[in-house]
Design a protein around this ligand. Structure first.
Ligand code: ATP
Length: 248
């Protein structure tokens, strides 16, 4: 579980996050949603330590991340898997080398052990016989799967995904969402996903945190979403053309 308490973040005097209090639950897909500029990315980066924070705490299963010693922080970092927008694969590395990269950096495993783990991770994301291909030889959905395989290579307790469906068609997006949910359950990870995608919210939103103007405006789940009485959330979700059309 990741608990965020009384977190504030500002840039050059401009408050971007204010008094954020929220729990991201273990074994669940926790979604952060909100309009462009509401503070989702800054929140995700503050949680993983890519931003310093001005006030508050981020507890990783009770460990106060921002106040840990560097060596302890490094341990928690190794328990994090990250899936960046656009997959962020190394173009000149083949699939196996991309997935193996965190193992090369963070472990002393033998080459055979690493290759066994790479094969396991690729199997878990349903990719077969692609180890020797370069990213340029893969479809967008396959690249995303490789990036997911890399993100789980270190058997993380926490998985962070920034807009995992960006650049994917709707059908592939659903497949990737389902895969992220399945891995979250199978590995009992605390997964946090930043998304704009209403299909994702309805499909895998086991816990949803709605951010508006740098504050937590609402929390709930996919079943609560469409019947919300929260006006800001209502106007956010019903500004989507898909929902407007289906509610007519
Ligand atoms: N490094 C930075 N320096 C100064 N301001 C920043 C920085 N990063 C983000 N901001 C500001 O913080 C606010 C929140 O940005 P953030 O990127 O978190 O929004 P978002 O909800 O993720 O938007 P989007 O959905 O478009 O990615 C914005 O006003 C942005 O300009």
């Amino acid at each position: 579980m990741i608990q965020v308490e009384q977190l504030d973040k500002e840039f050059s005097g401009k408050k971007v996050l204010e008094d954020i209090n929220v729990e991201f639950e273990q074994g669940k897909a926790n979604l952060i949603i909100g309009q462009s500029g509401s503070g989702k990315t800054v929140l995700l980066k503050s949680i993983v330590g890519l931003h310093t924070i001005d006030n508050g705490t981020v507890l990783y299963d009770g460990r106060d991340f921002h106040r840990l010693k560097k060596t302890e922080q490094k341990k928690v970092r190794q328990e994090m898997g990250m899936l960046f927008q656009g997959s962020a694969l190394f173009d000149s590395y083949n699939v196996a080398d991309n997935v193996r990269f965190p193992l090369d950096i963070f472990t002393n495993q033998s080459k055979a052990e690493k290759m066994k783990r790479v094969a396991f991770c690729l199997d878990r994301v349903n990719l077969h016989d692609v180890e020797h291909l370069l990213p340029s030889e893969l479809s967008g959905g396959m690249k995303k799967r490789v990036a997911i395989a890399r993100a789980i290579s270190m058997n993380p307790k926490y998985l962070f995904c920034d807009e995992p469906n960006s650049g994917l068609d709707p059908k592939t997006s659903v497949v990737i969402d389902d895969l992220l949910l399945e891995l979250t359950h199978d590995f009992n990870m605390t997964t946090i996903i930043n998304t704009h995608d209403l299909n994702s919210m309805m499909g895998i939103g086991e816990k949803i945190v709605f951010i508006s103007k740098g504050k937590v405006e609402w929390t709930g789940n996919r079943d609560d979403l469409l019947s919300t009485k929260n006006e800001t959330l209502h106007s956010f979700i019903y500004s989507s053309k898909i929902l407007k059309d289906s509610s007519n």
